[in-house]
Write a protein that binds this ligand. Sequence first.
Ligand code: AMP
Ligand code: GLY
Length: 426
Amino acid sequence: MNILIVGNGGREHAFTWKIKQSTHCKNLYVAPGNAGTASIAENVSIAVDDFEALGKFSLEKKIDLILVGPEVPLVKGIRNYFESNSDLKSILMVGPDKTGAQLEGSKDFSKQFMLRHQIPTAKAETFTANRLQQSLAYIDGCKTPIVLKADGLAAGKGVVISESHEEAKAEIQSMLRDKKFGEASAKVLIEEFLKGIELSVFVLTDGNDYVILPEAKDYKRIGNQDTGLNTGGMGSVSPVPFAGKEFLSKVEERIIKPTIAGLKKENIHYKGFIFIGLMNVGGEPFVIEYNARMGDPETQSVMSRIQSDFVELLVACAKGELKKTSVKIDPDFALSIVMVAGGYPGEYEKGKTINGLTQSTKATVFHAGTKINGKEVVTDGGRVLAVTGKGKTLTEAREQAYEQVAKITWDGVYFRKDIGLDLLNY
Ligand code: AMP
Ligand code: GLY
């Protein structure tokens, strides 16, 4: 098959790496890709939301299957564009349509969806600018910490957790009245704070059936021991030792099944990944958020544990034939460490030469913000690489990953030293 992956992050390099291993894969393209995807597939210089150019390219290269990585093209309706064009509609695609992607694109939509289908989640109220006064009064009645969520996509910055009522009130005024996140904060949810341990569960669904992929834990803060600013993710571990069989079966019964049934009932023909961000509150799962895609850097660990032919899974999803499939998972641990540019998630420089990439070890180096500059690979983003180690034990996976990380350098490189440490005692 000819396959096109849309996106340019570490997640997309991990997809490319996994798809490349399939005997069904003939020509593999990534739009726009990075230096890592360029080394195993062909990069195409098309933006993820340039649907017209993606459509033209797909016809020209006789693309059979498209895998959409990031949320932006999904929320903007890449599936709707392809489905509404008679030449493009027969191309298989993994990724929900615009309505399905609202599970991620609108936190109000997803909250209402969970309420309609009795899916356990934090209590919340939604406010718009014309109810600013009511929102302030509502905050007065909340226990701290108080969680504020901009309704729309805000590049991962739309969730603010305030330790005091004053801080929460200032924040909601800046979101609703001063449009801090533009249209994305035209609506804001004030949400109850859930205290527990977080993890992510991934499902691939064709709208009727589903397969559950390996779960993962993400490390969101920039600093060791979960300190400092939020990032896109600084590391991941799979499996998650505190997510035992009993907990995961609660997730399936109380969350996954009603989610798929709810989509079906609402006539949302969802074909793609659902990333369920969960809080384990004293052994009970609650949904923090849905995403309409896989996570980054969770995908790097998850792909490293999937033993089944990934293209077969994707095709079954796109054709609505997941019922006939199952997924084989490697019981070993995978641990990914994200290496970032100095200054990230604040301002950082690009164009730094990356050294040590050619060292061959057992760990896998996935690229995110990289590009080729002449003969060199240089940094081209905040999150630059994710290095994934594998092992029979978490310690082994950790050692393998950190051993490789130690060999890679560039001016200003930073990474967390404690990925997986918190999980060693479970
Ligand atoms: P998001 O940007 O949606 O991934 O959310 C950022 C982070 O905010 C999540 O990963 C959680 O750590 C935290 N968070 C979101 N909602 C809640 C909540 N209701 N209670 C506690 N923490 C939350
Ligand atoms: N690592 C979190 C995300 O992809 O949203």
